[in-house]
Design a protein around this ligand. Structure first.
Ligand code: DHB
Ligand code: FE
Length: 279
C-alpha cells in the first residue's frame, strides 16, 4: 500500500517564485527566508517521495469568481504552470499521479466528499512555489503530483472542521492505494496576511509563531476555531492556513516536528514552513 512519509506546511507567496526568477535569493531581503528552507529541502532530498499531494488554492488564475469549487482534484497526466500575467516562468510541467488521483477521488466520494474532478487544468503559484521551495529548479520534477484545490478566495470558504475531515479521508485513500508510492502531503498558504480592505498589510507574528509551534501536537484549538477566528487572527488571506489542517489531519495524532522556519515579512506576509513526520 502507498505510504505517507511526512507532511509539510509551507507558504506559497508568488513573489517567492519571482525572487527565484530574478536571481534575488541571495539578496539581504530574501536570503534569511530561503536559508530557512535548506533543512526542509535536504529532508525532501533524503526522503525521496514519489508523489506530492499538494493542498492549495487557486487565486483567480484557473478558476475565476464566476465558478469556484469548494474542493477540486486533478486527475490529469500533467499540469502546466499557468501564466499569472508576468509571462511564462522557467518552471517545468508537473506530471500527474493519475491512478492515485482517481483513487483519491473515488475514496472521497465514497466518504461523502464530492470534489470537482479536473481532467485538464493548469496550476498557479499555490502549487508551483511550494515545489520550488522544496525541490529547487530541476529540469524535471522528481515527484508526480496530485493537486487538491480548496476554495479560500470566495466566501463561503469551507470550515476548518471540514478541512480536517478531508485530511482523514485523504489518509484513508492513500493508505488503501494498491501501490508502493511514498507520498508527501504538502499543506500550503499563509501565514498571516491580508491583501485588501482597511487591514491590508496586516501581519500577526505572534499568531504565526504560535501556529508553527502548535500545528504539530497542540492543534486542537486550530481545529476548533471558526472561519471568522482564522480571518481575525491571520487576516482574510491568512485564512489559507485552513489548508494546512488537511495535511495535519492526514498524519498521526502525535507527530515529530523535524524542521520549522519563520520569516516576516516576505512580500506582504508572515512566511515559513514546518516538516512533520509521524511519531
Ligand atoms: C500574495 C499572494 C498569495 O497567494 C499569498 O498567499 C500571499 C501573498 C501576494 O500577492 O503578495
Ligand atoms: Fe495564496
Amino acid at each position: 500500500m502507498a505510504e505517507i512519509i511526512g507532511g509539510v506546511g509551507t507558504s506559497h507567496v508568488p513573489s517567492i517564485g519571482v525572487a527565484l526568477d530574478k536571481g534575488l535569493a541571495e539578496t539581504p531581503d530574501w536570503k534569511p527566508f530561503f536559508d530557512g528552507y535548506i533543512p526542509g529541502k535536504k529532508w525532501m532530498a533524503d526522503k525521496k517521495p514519489d508523489v506530492a499531494v499538494v493542498i492549495f488554492n487557486d487565486h483567480g488564475n484557473t478558476f475565476f469568481l464566476d465558478r469556484v469549487p469548494t474542493f477540486a482534484i486533478g486527475v490529469a497526466d500533467s499540469y502546466k504552470p499557468v501564466d499569472e500575467g508576468w509571462g511564462p516562468r522557467a518552471v517545468p510541467e508537473f506530471e500527474g499521479a493519475v491512478d492515485l488521483s482517481w483513487h483519491i477521488v473515488d475514496t472521497m466520494v465514497e466518504n461523502h466528499f464530492d470534489p470537482l474532478v479536473c481532467r485538464e487544468i493548469e496550476v498557479d503559484h499555490g502549487l508551483q512555489v511550494p515545489l520550488e521551495l522544496f525541490f529547487g529548479r530541476p529540469e524535471h520534477w522528481p515527484v508526480k503530483v496530485v493537486p487538491i484545490w480548496v476554495n479560500t478566495i470566495q466566501y463561503p470558504i469551507p470550515t476548518p472542521q471540514r478541512c480536517w475531515e478531508m485530511g482523514k479521508v485523504l489518509r484513508k485513500a492513500i493508505e488503501s492505494f494498491p501501490g508502493d508510492e511514498r507520498v508527501v502531503i504538502m499543506g500550503t498558504g499563509g501565514l498571516s496576511h491580508q491583501l485588501q480592505g482597511s487591514r491590508a498589510g496586516f501581519i500577526n507574528r505572534e499568531a504565526d509563531e504560535a501556529w508553527l509551534d502548535g500545528i504539530a501536537n497542540d492543534y486542537e484549538k486550530y481545529r476548533n476555531m471558526s472561519r471568522k477566528d482564522y480571518v481575525d487572527q491571520f487576516g482574510s488571506e491568512g485564512a489559507e492556513l485552513i489548508m494546512w489542517l488537511v495535511m495535519r489531519a492526514a498524519m498521526n495524532p502525535h507527530v515529530e516536528m523535524k524542521h520549522r522556519h519563520y520569516y516576516a515579512p516576505a512580500s506582504l506576509t508572515g512566511a515559513g514552513m514546518v516538516v512533520l513526520e509521524n511519531a
